[in-house]
Write a protein that binds this ligand. Structure first.
Ligand SMILES: [Zn+2]
Ligand SMILES: [Zn+2]
Length: 336
């Protein structure tokens, strides 16, 4: 089978590999599409704390069952809940398996979906409706990140929100807010193309370079400021405004991963009685809600997806690293 394999820092190769042999409790999936995540780019740069070469990356993918599932027949369209939790640590035992003390992921800690076939434990397989395309099926995972982030934020119907960053996660958070009925969803972004996509999806764009972010948020909320802010950019500049654009007792949610600790003015948190919240990955329930959101067709997620052929993976990883592509979410087509 064809596989896209991480071989070492800035090295990805497309090669031939044996189809995985499934054991008891394992399911073989023929992959259709596999997305490239920010964490895959960290692996590609050789700085991921856990991932070791050689590795087939890919934790956001769709495909069809080949064999091994006890109830779902061959040909069933599926996605995979990629979290591997230990089941015995304190968070796992208390209902927080998604923040397991030793959380691992399919596609980071073991071979994942960037190959024609992948084997996964049966309990990680989630069927997807026939009416949902396999292409959108590979985007369930990022939408689930948005569902989880909005769920964590304490969002109430009619709230207004500012999302920093119009990458896949920022746009998924914004889309979930819109789906759940937010009054106003503003998206702060420096990249003109991404800002334009945010506008096309129906969000209120705020140019991080040209606009006065504080003034724009005040204007769009009639001076009230935002109920919620989501930091999906994890850029040092975010903290110069994110606490200012919130109303008194507003909530700021940390979604993106900071490479270095940012400077945060905790005096603002104190004086405005703000709440700071963290959010990490998703639960299985978030996957189910994400499937419903995608299936509803209310948000044009297809606009975010760029499909590339698996053979182009080495070049596409370089393009993503250099920022020389307009792709918001790059998907590799597999299983041909
Ligand atoms: Zn991901
Ligand atoms: Zn655990």
């Amino acid at each position: 089978m064809k596989s896209i394999e991480y071989k070492g820092s800035q090295s990805v190769e497309v090669g031939e590999k044996a189809v995985p042999e499934v054991g008891p409790g394992e399911v073989l999936i023929k992959v259709a599409y596999a997305g490239v995540c920010g964490s895959d780019m960290i692996i590609y740069q050789g700085v991921h704390p856990r991932a070791k070469a050689p590795l087939v990356m890919g934790h956001e993918f769709s495909g069809t069952i080949v064999k091994g599932h006890s109830t779902l027949p061959a040909g069933t369209p599926v996605t995979v809940y990629p979290l591997l939790s230990c089941g015995t640590c304190d968070p796992c035992k208390n209902g927080y398996a998604h923040v397991c003390n030793t959380l691992k992921l399919i596609g980071i800690d073991c071979d994942g979906g960037m190959a024609d076939y992948v084997k996964v434990p049966e309990d990680k397989v989630l069927p997807i409706p026939e009416s949902l395309s396999l292409k959108l099926g590979a985007f369930i995972e990022p939408v689930a990140v948005g569902v989880h982030a909005v769920g964590r934020s304490g969002y109430k119907p009619g709230d207004s929100a500012v999302v920093y960053g119009a990458g896949p996660i920022g746009l998924c958070v914004a889309s979930c807010l819109a789906y759940f009925g937010a009054a106003k969803v503003m998206v702060v972004e420096a990249n003109p193309h991404r800002l334009d996509v945010a506008r096309q999806l129906g969000f209120t764009p705020i140019d991080a370079v040209k606009d006065d972010i504080r003034a724009k948020v005040a204007e769009h909320t009639r001076g009230r400021n935002a109920d919620l802010a989501f930091d999906c950019a994890a850029h040092p500049s975010v903290h110069s405004t994110i606490l200012d654009i919130l109303r008194v007792q507003g909530t700021s949610v940390v979604v993106g991963s900071y490479k270095k600790p940012p400077e945060v003015d905790l005096l603002k948190v104190e004086f405005k009685e703000l709440t700071l919240i963290g959010t990490r990955v998703y639960t299985r329930r978030d996957f189910e809600v994400a499937i419903a959101i995608l299936q509803s067709g209310r948000i044009d997620f297809d606009r975010l997806l760029t499909v590339a052929m698996a053979d182009d993976a080495p070049a596409q990883f370089q393009n993503l690293l250099q920022g020389s592509t307009d792709a918001i979410k790059m998907l590799f087509q597999l299983g041909q």
